[in-house]
Write a protein that binds this ligand. Sequence first.
Ligand SMILES: *Cc1c(COP(=O)(O)O)cnc(C)c1O
Length: 430
Amino acid sequence: MQSEWLVKLPLLQSVIKKKEVLWCNPLVEPVAAGLSKTHLSKDDITDASDRLERFAPYLAKVFPDTDKGIIESPLTPIPMMKRELETTYAVNIPGRLLLKQDNALPISGSIKARGGIYEVLKHAETLAINSQLLDNAKDYSQFDTPAFRELFAMHKIAVGSTGNLGLSIGIMSAKLGFDVTVHMSADAKQWKKDLLRSKGVHVVEYMDDYSKAVEEGRRQAEADPSCHFVDDENSTDLFMGYAVAGERLASQLKEQNITVDEEHPLFVYLPCGVGGGPGGVAFGLKLAFGDHVHCLFAEPTHSPCMMIGMMTGLHDQVSVASFGLDNKTAADGLAVGTASAFVGKTMEPFLTGCYTVEDQTLFMLLKKLADSEGIWLEPSALAGMMGPVQVTKSKLPLADSKYATHLVWGTGGNMVPEDEMKDYYNHTRK
Ligand SMILES: *Cc1c(COP(=O)(O)O)cnc(C)c1O
């Protein structure tokens, strides 16, 4: 299979050599055309957004570090980092550079606090309605009462994760009172397992990679009707929880008087693992900004599962191992060998492209961001930072626009213990 593809798609020759590459998606279309190819719509996002509003009084009560129960992150200009990128790569990045700081999201400190928490809340709401504990009009702060916790204690939630999704699902489920199990891959960090166990979450460890942890988790959950499995590869609930970010970002840009239109394009760079997080956010962005937003996914050179899946059109029928890649990366949130077919197919008309980043580059950027802006991200989250360099060097339409806004999605970091972060900074830990 490999050699045929290498002839058909010559860019793959660089991919298998683990070079940093940019792939521009030939199937990208206007948003209206793309929307006709999916059953997902703006109504699904509105439904998710309304649900998060309903839960705000509850979240405000149990997680006071949220903004009145809304889980949202700052949007921060990073002009010093822009200068760093320009000098390091000898490029001029026209326009402005912003960082969407999902590293600072309340509750679980990563992008997973969007989709993961949303899915758990939605499941809790459904159970509460089915048990006649709640109707839509009621005050959701009741979720923090013994009657609700007793109900949830009779129900299980399970998830397979490289770490951050486990944190988000585990923390939220345990807070509501669920019996929750996180199946963790070998890349998952010890501190994440410890933290979850300290909150009463069951952690099952695997010596294998992410796909194995998910498969095992799914198998065990299927055998138990009282168990809800959070399916990172196929869940539309997760996807919609992420997609709410689109309208939220639109309000933040408006507040900062930043225009997005035909002359003012918005480029957004999203680190990608299995695809749900960046896919959901990108979908939300496309609905919020239409054809004026251009989304790119960023992956490690050792784990470009979405790039390979979308390039070949084989999606989950191909893995990075099919092209001799080992899926070993310090970007633990992105250490995924096979992308979600649901996300890959949904994104086909919407995604501008994918690019890859070496681990060395991630560490270099981590240090530069900390030094120049005082912002600390985890390695996975730095993958987005190469986007403005890749796009500026490319021939993509509007790549040279001096009115462009380049937005890097900083997907995680605040939960990382200080000593681990220091090791990342000094690049003494892989
Ligand atoms: C999970 C994660 C991603 C990617 O999200 P996927 O849904 O797996 O594609 C990116 N960055 C961080 C820090 C993550 O934890």
